[in-house]
Design a protein around this ligand. Sequence first.
Ligand code: PLP
Length: 410
Amino acid sequence: MTTREDCAALDARDPLAGRRALFDLPAGVIYLDGNSLGALPHAAKARLREAAEQEWGQGLIRSWNSADWINLPARVGAKIAALIGAEADEVTAADSTSINVFKLVAGALAMRPERRVIVTEPGNFPTDLYMLQGLAAFLPGVELRVVEPGAILAALDESVAALLLTQTHYRSGRLHDMAGLTAKAHAAGALAIWDLSHSAGAIEVDLNGAKADLAVGCGYKYLNGGPGAPAFAFIARRHQAAFRSPLTGWMGHAAPFEFSDAFAPANGIKRALCGTPPVLGLSALEGALTAFDGVTMAEVRAKSVALGELFIALMDARCAGLGFSLVSPRNPAERGSQLSWTHPEGYAIVQALIARGVIPDYRAPQVLRFGLTPLYVRFLDIWDAVEHLVQVMQREEWREERFKQVAAVT
Ligand SMILES: Cc1ncc(COP(=O)(O)O)c(C=O)c1O
């Protein structure tokens, strides 16, 4: 079986090992929740300080020009584009993922006016489903067709305007075949919209290789932009002239500073913008993205797979018979950069791990979820996390946590 020394040797050979020093990680913590909130990069902190103290504090209103605040969404979008297989002018940072889902799905419906059905799957991260429900309630005749993954192909008929799927499932980490499903959507005359929240910065994404039409994703997970970081939106170049956002704010206008009464969309990806860009959040995200400078997503993916394979092997060897059941695909080609197990005491076990400084997260019902962020998670961290888990189970520390939970409720 792999030993702790073997893991130290893997770290010594890891081409990404040096990236960890770019992050401000608290001592004594093993952070396995970067799929929920990425860790703080030093460059994000420095950029945030510069934006606040110099650009805002000293530059004041002049910084819209002198610090080029006005082009921050495009600048950040271009950096994200390089990580997801898109061209620089196809991605903008903007709003939240939820709002971008709304804008892009509404835009897709407008591009397929004779079609009124949106196909998606149940059990997706709730906000995608909720935003679709809200949109359908506002737009007469729009129908949601929510079908299990195995029924997606059959659901794609001539009434479908768009297929909206999350590439990497938030709970299980299961990957959808982006190129294959996009091709099927196109064959039915529909557009394919991808939520990359758990993919961007974690796995190799090739939006243009897959001929994806539209996409959204989070800035605060594997992109490490900080809590509530701006999200991003992708509109394939071939659709940009036809795309119309339902949220026609002034920053999406062709000439916002002409202050005209009538809305006219900007050329290109800018038309996906709505209101004034959140400069501080964008600045932090801009700094955070420098952690990817000089690495390829192939290297990131290779380490992610190696971390995941190690984790599964150690769990199989050391936690067999303790009630854990792997819900993520065993085949690394079928999963993103996270691993999830169910356990009937999942919540209490996660609390006991957190009390020991190992931070995964819990997703009801019963799921323990471990995010593997290749830029800062070490092979040694995986070994130590499993050792802590073994001790939590042997010493039944989770009973204490369950007691606290019951005491808090009663
Ligand atoms: C698939 C997916 N979409 C969207 C979001 C979040 O959207 P928002 O940033 O608007 O809260 C998440 C958050 O975990 C997610 O997993």
